[in-house]
Design a protein around this ligand. Sequence first.
Ligand code: PMV
Length: 334
Amino acid sequence: MKKITVSAPGKLMLFGEHAVVYDRPCIVTAVGQRMRATVELTDQPMFQLNAPDVKVLNYQKPMSDLGKGDIPKGAKFVEIAVKNFLTNQSTSEVKKMQLHLGGVRVTTKSEFSSEFGFGSSSASTVCTIFALSKLLGKKLSQKQIFDLSYKTVLDVQGKGSGFDIAAAIFGGTLYFVTGGKVIKPLKINSLPLIIGYSGIKVDTVSLIDEVKEKREKYPFLIENIYDQIQKIVEQAKITILNKDWVSLGELMNVNEGYLSTLGVEGKKLADMIYSAREAGAYGAKLSGAGIGDCMISLAPPSKAKAIKKAITQAGGKVLDVKTNVEGVRVESRV
Ligand code: PMV
């Protein structure tokens, strides 16, 4: 086999963002919009990448230069993923692999805009590592794929809990603790969510840094907030499994209160969240780093239409998103 196409889902954070950066749990669900990657083994010892969604066209360099020099932003995750995959193997395995390996050509194509905050970088990292393991016949467990992918994210952006990587690999809906210390699938069928996109692009790393500064200045306040968020997540885990949507909505609202206290709510998201609640949502909150990207609302079916209208009137765009979908998988191989 010389060529494989794989796909991995994007994600939406349901509960616990920001606190999960500091050794607390969160709940994340995988979404139906997927990242696809075709990975080919080539004869020439070159790394080649085409990722038109992030404006990377015909990028190439010798395999021996992987990870070196100036790497365009859109190429970083895939390039470092290839490098980490190849340097992580034991020496004998690398030698065996290099017999097969000249170069690697990767083409990524996303079913979602990288603006939505669905985690396109993490999904393409996971696709690259998963595809290489299949192509080179290296059996990796889901946890090993997680560890290599998470290392790649930390190498590129220096921070993050890894929840998005876990969603891309395992799929479904997960209870997750920082760095993959716990990754526990929550067995549910579906979630009655309505998703609103704010149209505001956020830089997750800057928001993590802003919250970090607050924590350094007021540790006695912020650590307490994280403890409370942890309790919300623990309760939400039980409530989700019981399909108690009324209570789950209330927990979303309480979680949002704490996110507002952390300073990451933002006016536009707040408008969308309050509009959804007023239109009859069980609950609504931001999802992810905050200020922009998406909000989520838990909706009784009878109120769905009114909630969608309210989100739109507040300036948001309702996205059609399936949740709780399958993790990384092979699409085709040649
Ligand atoms: O902005 P997103 O959707 O990537 O979510 C970030 C969530 C944080 O908890 C703030 C960071 C993290 O890596 O968990």
